[in-house]
Ligand binder design. Structure first.
Ligand SMILES: *[C@@H]1O[C@H](CO)[C@@H](O)[C@H](O)[C@H]1NC(C)=O
Ligand SMILES: *[C@@H]1O[C@H](CO)[C@@H](O)[C@H](O)[C@H]1NC(C)=O
Ligand SMILES: *[C@@H]1O[C@H](CO)[C@@H](O)[C@H](O)[C@H]1NC(C)=O
Ligand SMILES: *[C@@H]1O[C@H](CO)[C@@H](O)[C@H](O)[C@H]1NC(C)=O
Ligand SMILES: *[C@@H]1O[C@H](CO)[C@@H](O)[C@H](O)[C@H]1NC(C)=O
Length: 387
């Protein structure tokens, strides 16, 4: 077997590394680098808005004793990068991610890019055993003991050397400019444990303070009370007809909510509306202009409806109708771009960030993926709440 092929196989088996370049960046930020074990519980969902990985390691290719990596993965997130590996300083690379919950491998080798996907959906919130290994010219992905993807890749050996380093990374990729064949939303709200990465004993480096994984998870977005998520409402454009209503629907165990659930501002930053859950009184305070109303928190879903000239808030049998002199219809303003925040009021001097689980957030019947926000605080878990 040519050494390049061998290098690729090694690469494929590797789980995660960090490029010199990324390390430099971290240095510039002045972030503190700590060393950690690749076997521990690793919460991948704590680096939003950056393709850089959560942690990385590297090894000399000559030191590798195994071409197999294995770990357990638990997630409710349909899309994201789990791990990355490369050799030749990023010239040859490998990415394992999920798309639509299904495992996907992408490989870049010389001028060749490969993307393969298949196997069961893994985003069901339970632990799955994942193994990647190299056998001859094949790279094999095994899930829960069954081989689900087999990729054969043979390249003529024109630059045979098994020297240099292999880099591995978790929860992101090391080469910023790297173009995947099939672009992936990098952020992965998931947890990895029991990792064995090419049987390496080298510690992993991270610039983050690693957050723990929830013991058990359930569907939803978890706000720990430390930040918010921002969207441009125009990301959810709506059909415009006379009677069309735009609906933002939120579900959850609302009597346990504490803090601002939702707020809406104009692009200029003027407050339109905010809703804040009061834990003590089990009430939801809705502030719209000079109007303040309260609704009783309960098990029902909360809906905010925008139509031509009114905004309605519905909470089970309770309903609030708010009218204002507006020059344009609310749906028009929405389509042009309002600042929609979940979990707080942006640019507020004394914010009351939400603590609680929103088990469902939908706009016009479509699930809202917090990973695709304009901004998301790193402590917010997009796809899982503690159960
Ligand atoms: C890897 O190789 C380089 C250069 O050959 C050497 O300096 C370094 O110590 C090696 N690393 C380890 C962990 O052995
Ligand atoms: C993994 O590494 C350990 C020591 O670090 C070694 O004893 C063992 O043989 C290695 N396993 C493989 C499959 O290389
Ligand atoms: C809000 O809009 C949705 C979708 O158009 C509709 O099904 C629902 O009945 C509306 N709710 C209220 C309170 O008007
Ligand atoms: C909600 O909006 C009102 C009116 O703009 C503002 O005074 C208040 O501070 C906001 N509430 C929170 C919790 O930020
Ligand atoms: C929101 O979207 C609108 C329309 O696409 C755009 O003009 C505006 O600049 C966006 N605002 C922000 C803050 O990104």
């Amino acid at each position: 077997m040519g050494s390049r092929v061998m290098a690729l196989l090694l690469l494929l088996c590797v789980s995660s590394a960090w490029p010199a370049q990324a390390a430099d960046e971290a240095g510039e930020n002045g972030a503190k680098t700590t060393l950690t074990s690749g076997k521990r519980y690793i919460n991948l969902g704590q680096k939003w808005g950056s393709r850089s990985p959560l942690m990385h390691t590297k090894a000399n290719l000559t030191e590798l004793t195994s071409i197999k990596s294995s770990f357990e993965l638990r997630t409710l997130d349909p899309e994201g990068v789990v791990f990355y590996g490369d050799t030749q300083g990023g010239a040859d690379w490998f990415v394992l991610g999920l798309r639509g919950g299904v495992p996907e491998m992408q490989i870049g080798k010389g001028n060749t890019l490969i993307s393969v996907a298949g196997g069961p959906k893994l985003n069901d919130g339970t632990w799955h055993q994942v193994e990647l290994r190299s056998e001859g010219i094949y790279v094999i992905l095994q899930v829960d003991g069954i081989d689900v993807l087999v990729v054969g890749l043979h390249s003529k050996c024109d630059n045979c050397n098994l020297e240099g380093q292999i880099r591995l990374s978790l929860g992101g990729i090391l080469v910023k400019e790297l173009e995947l064949l099939n672009p992936l939303q990098t952020e992965m709200d998931g947890c990895v444990r029991e990792g064995n990465w090419l049987n390496l004993s080298t510690p992993w480096e991270t610039d983050e303070e690693l957050q723990p994984c929830f013991t058990e998870i359930q569907k939803g977005s978890y706000f720990p009370g430390t930040g918010l998520v921002l969207f441009n409402s125009s990301d959810f454009t709506t059909q415009q007809t006379e009677e069309s209503e735009l609906e933002v629907k939120i579900e959850g165990h609302s009597s346990a909510w504490k803090g601002t659930v939702l707020s809406l501002k104009t692009p200029q930053g003027d407050s339109i509306l905010n809703m804040t859950a009061q834990e003590q009184t089990k009430e939801l305070t809705v502030i719209f202009g000079t109007q303040t109303s309260t609704l009783k928190l309960g098990p029902q879903s909360l809906a905010l409806n925008l139509s031509q000239n009114e905004i309605k808030v519905e909470f089970g049998p309770q309903q609030l109708v708010m009218l204002d002199e507006v020059t344009q219809s609310w749906p028009t303003m929405w389509n042009e771009g309002l600042i929609l925040a979940f979990g707080g009021v942006p640019d507020e001097s004394d914010p009351i960030y939400l603590k609680g689980c929103l088990s469902l957030i939908q706009i016009n019947g479509q699930d809202v993926d917090l990973d695709r926000a304009l901004y998301k605080h790193n402590t917010i878990s997009s796809h899982g709440c503690p159960a």
